[in-house]
Design a protein around this ligand. Structure first.
Ligand code: FRU
Length: 519
């Protein structure tokens, strides 16, 4: 999709960076994007709406852009779905399929899609300066949208009330709509209930808790079966935080617990700081509790993750914005700026008595195998893997027993002179996995970009399991079957495409090493 669009552009724009255009991650054709919005599966298509500046490649004129995909890998961009106007910018929100026609916007036979979005009201309007929740609806499967005449539908006279995620709650007493949104600067998730999506009643709030150094944004709340057991349902509350995430700047945390139709109550085991990190006495205690909080991703570039509505078979699939507000407006790409993460399927597992999320990227069935080997003794000599290829993503899977090794390095997107590369390192001594992009290529466009992120990754039966997706300007790492994710952007020089595996200070055994490319 992207290469033919790039080929159609005139050659007179020297700053274009087609070599950074991802193969399987969504980017807007030639504009800015941030948060995924209104993720919904409908009539065989995944819809991705997104925060979009239709007129530029930095944040502004916030509107909902729109793309669809049959497989979550190849996306088709459509015209802007809901546009900013003189009265309001269209901030983040969600879309539901109104199957029962509770809103009256569609019919039961042909249900409307209803977008619940944040109106960021402009100066000089009735609600000037406030953020409130509004509706728009589509009766043609998501292409044309009409705003509800009686917007907004929920106000709190607040400047920071936003990012509504709506879902249908079912209990033995019946079903109703629930909205989770935020009072961003109070670090609170606020919950509301409605019968018809138009009139809303306050239920409860949650927070601050755990990471609370920045604004709370883009929440999500959903049930999942623990270890696949439908009789054992636990609720997950996602709360994105900016700044103050574990790797610095923007990031996504989550809580596990229970929701009874009124209130979310977290399990004690998911609270590292029940009244929020800022309530803790000193920096050391805060740093420790930040590490103990539950993170969707330990890297720098996975923010505003929320889930799709209506995916069949109760599957829970999220997409995040692959960026960080620390430097988002300065990324060195043109004419577009920013992309989404891969879609990731979430599951809940119980590990040592704790319920935790596990996530795996959705890569499709069509893979071209480039390497499949195993039982290799890895010593002083580095092992060369197939090179990354322009315009193709690469999936690297490895299972390694560290043995006597003091450090195992996977050097990705490296230049042949060894000057440049992104290094994923595992240190058995500390049990930490580190993604280091300090020498990854262009890091100078912002002072906060050069960084190394690390996460605790205990070996399992002595084995380190990695799945890594590399796509032109990003590295997404999933360790130990998806218990830990680490996502970072990188901007290597064209031609930096070598991949090397090495062991330092001792020998490791590579049980499995596979490299493939999604077709
Ligand atoms: C998160 C966010 C949201 C807001 C949107 C505005 O990245 O700040 O809270 O709705 O972006 O673009």
């Amino acid at each position: 999709m992207s290469s033919s669009l790039d080929a159609a552009r005139p050659e007179t724009a020297p700053a274009l960076t087609p070599h950074f255009r991802p193969a399987i991650h969504f980017t807007a054709r030639d504009t800015w994007l941030n948060d995924p919005n209104g993720l919904v599966f409908h009539n065989g298509l995944f819809h991705l709406f997104f925060q979009n500046n239709p007129f530029g490649s930095v944040w502004g004129n916030m509107s909902w852009g729109h793309a669809t995909s049959p497989d979550l890998l190849q996306w088709t961009e459509h015209p802007v779905a809901i546009a900013s106007d003189d009265t309001e910018d269209i901030f983040s929100g969600s879309v539901v399929v109104d199957h029962g026609n509770t809103s009256g916007f569609g019919t039961v036979e042909s249900p409307a899609l209803v977008a619940v979005y944040t109106s960021a009201f402009k100066a000089g309007t009735v609600h000037s300066g406030t953020q409130a929740q509004s509706l728009a609806y589509s009766t043609d499967g998501g292409m044309m949208w009409r705003k509800y005449e009686q917007n907004p539908v929920v106000t709190r006279n607040s400047e920071h009330f936003r990012d509504p995620k709506v879902f249908r709650y079912h209990s033995t007493e019946g079903s109703f709509w629930v909205m989770v949104a935020v009072e961003a600067q109070q670090q609170k998730v606020v919950l509301y209930r409605s019968e018809d999506l138009k009139s809303w009643e306050f239920l409860s709030d949650f927070g601050p808790a755990n990471a609370d150094a920045g604004e709370w944004e883009c929440p999500d709340l959903f049930p999942l079966a623990v270890d696949g057991d439908p009789k054992n349902i636990t609720w997950v509350l996602i709360v994105n935080v900016n700044p103050g995430a574990v790797a610095g700047g923007s990031g996504g945390q989550y809580f596990v617990g229970h929701f009874d139709g009124v209130r979310f109550v977290p399990d004690a085991g998911s609270l590292s700081a029940p009244a929020g990190l800022s309530s803790l006495p000193n920096t050391a205690a805060r740093a420790e509790a930040l590490q103990q909080s539950l993170w969707l991703d330990w890297g720098r570039d996975c923010y505003a993750s929320v889930s799709f509505s209506d995916v069949p078979d109760n599957r829970r699939v999220i997409i995040g914005w692959m960026n960080n507000w620390d430097y988002a407006n300065q990324l060195p790409t043109a004419p577009w700026r920013s992309s989404m993460t891969l879609a990731r399927e979430l599951r809940l597992g119980s590990f040592n008595g704790n319920t935790r999320l596990v996530q795996y990227p959705i890569l499709g069935d069509q893979q071209e195998q480039l390497l499949h080997t195993g039982n290799i003794e890895l010593g002083a000599d580095a092992l060369r893997l197939p090179d990354a290829a322009p315009r193709r993503a690469q999936v690297i899977e490895a299972e390694i027993v560290p043995g006597t090794s003091e450090r195992i390095d996977l050097r990705l997107l490296a230049s042949s002179d060894g000057r440049q590369g992104t290094v994923l390192s595992y240190a058995p001594g500390s049990g930490r996995l580190t993604l280091d992009r300090t020498q990854s290529g262009d890091t100078t466009f912002h002072g906060k970009f050069a960084s190394a992120e690390s996460a605790p990754v205990p070996l399992e039966d002595g084995v380190l399991m990695l799945l890594i997706v590399v796509d032109q300007c990003s590295v997404e790492v999933f360790a130990q079957g998806g218990k830990v994710a680490l996502t970072d952007l990188v901007f290597p020089e064209a031609g930096s495409q070598e991949n090397w595996l090495s062991s330092h200070g001792g020998n490791a055994t590579v049980l499995k090493l596979a490299v493939s490319t999604p077709a």
